[in-house]
Design a binder for this molecule. Sequence first.
Ligand code: ADP
Length: 587
Amino acid sequence: MHKIIAVIKVLFKTTAKKYPFFFVLKIFRMLVTTAMPFIALFISPLIVDEVVGDRDVKRLITLAALLIGLEMVFQLLNDLTTNYINRYSTRIERYFDILMSRHVMELDFQLTEDKEALEQIEKARTGMDWYSGGVNGISDQFFYFLSNLIKAAGFITVISVYAPILLAVMVVYTAVNSLFVLKRNKISIEAFAKLSKVNRLFGYFGWNIVDHRYAKDIRLYDAQGMMVNSWKENTAKSNSHWKWQGDKSFPLILASEYLDLGRSIFAYFYVALLAIRKVIGVGTFTQLISAETGLDNAIGGMIQNVTELIKRCNYAYEYVVFMDYPEALAKGNRPIEKKPHEIEFKHVSFAYPKTDRKVIDDVSIKIVPGEHLSIVGLNGAGKTTFIKLLCRLYDPTEGEILVDGIDIREYDYVSYMEQFAPVFQDFKLFAFSVKENIAFTDDTADTIALTDRVGLHDFVAGLDKGTDTNLFKFFDEEGVEPSGGEQQKIAIARALCKDAPVVILDEPTAALDPIAEYEIYKQFNSLVGGKSAFYISHRLSSCQFCDKIAVFSGGHIAEYGTHAELEKIPGGIYAEMFEAQAKYYKN
Ligand code: ADP
């Protein structure tokens, strides 16, 4: 129950704030559809009485015209409102998509590497999808329920006036039938729970696998066979769940139908008896039969609406959970200026959440403003993690990181992020223009000068629309597909454009050819200028451009000094790595 309340509260409130008219329309439509069956309920008996009584043609025509006219007007109102509601509903769906995407982008970074959080995002997306029908689907059930409730009250009133015994029978029938329906719903909810996992897998096949990023691997590793088999296996599983539900529900459906038949037969006999005994007229006879059928439908409808509401709210509840996902990092509010900083790690240790292994182990290091530090070490030594800690993507498990003498946890998070311009190994370019990829929202940025600086002059000169050319072909047939090296240069231009006091290059030249790499190195100091720079690289020749080198090994800083100093340490890690690479290049 708390899930239904939470979903209705959150979804309705969010929608009402942005699209209040949506609910005005829904309430209006509910009133119209609720009134509709009562038009016939009250006018038809008058027509019947007229036919078997006075047979006044004029009155008959008037009554028939009134009935048809009112039905037409109400139907028109219903259709028009539905049309408007449908238009709103698409807009509302998009609105919730945006809210969710924004929330995903604003999540604390570490949650984006957290399996549970990632699953929650997926569940929230599917939960607001066709599983629940989103705000429109859920509010439909809510208002249908209200409508059926009002209708039921109306029919009960009519029946209780002329045939209270019939009402009593209806109550008993409804109670017994509800038991069957509840049992069926339980089976259906159980089946849905079993099916939701299979459905998620179908979602994966349907959407992820056809994504072009998988295309190369699927073709070259001949993965179609495995995919199709897996698809078949899941189809079989899905079918067996449906069969299970069908087999279990069948006797209950049968029982309900026979019970319903019994109720109908009783109603006709009883009401006919009243008419034969002249307790009621023929008009009232038809009115009672309609009211009885109407009441049955309204009650059946209510049960179905509640079941649907529970089911849909259960799915949509994942959205509520996701939007309320707790922050992973505490955030301070101390302002920080965009200027060169002194950075100090003091006995910093770190283990990734839900793991015990310290991937950074008691690291202490001080970087003066404007210093260029090269970070080297074997794979898995902790270099990238060191940078993630500096950028506050994670907080240290022990120790502290000071910027200008103050613990970085005290700074305002957004301003702190403005201090860094990183190019990560797995940087991402977007399917927007070259310019937008570099400057994001900064219209005044001279992207031509920036692309020239990183060696993209020829690339940009070859584009029809220069830096306004779109990347990739997602949205634009004429979009370009830059090579790995070109992409990396665009990412470097983006970092330079941000003009942050600390530049971070995590293996920034891995995808560059040796000449381009040499160009970047040669220009490195002029590119980064007087800013502080952290430079992770496997190619040790780059270290010569840096002031200091920190050699990471097993989460520690094993060696620290200038190139000249480290090169001379006999049997040192750096000396050995440098020697090995130098040999390779000489050979
Ligand atoms: P490097 O950059 O030196 O190659 P990393 O800092 O990326 O090393 O990784 C250090 C260690 O932390 C590795 O053993 C790696 O497997 C582990 N690691 C990296 N990222 C995560 C993560 N998100 N969760 C758990 N362990 C991680």
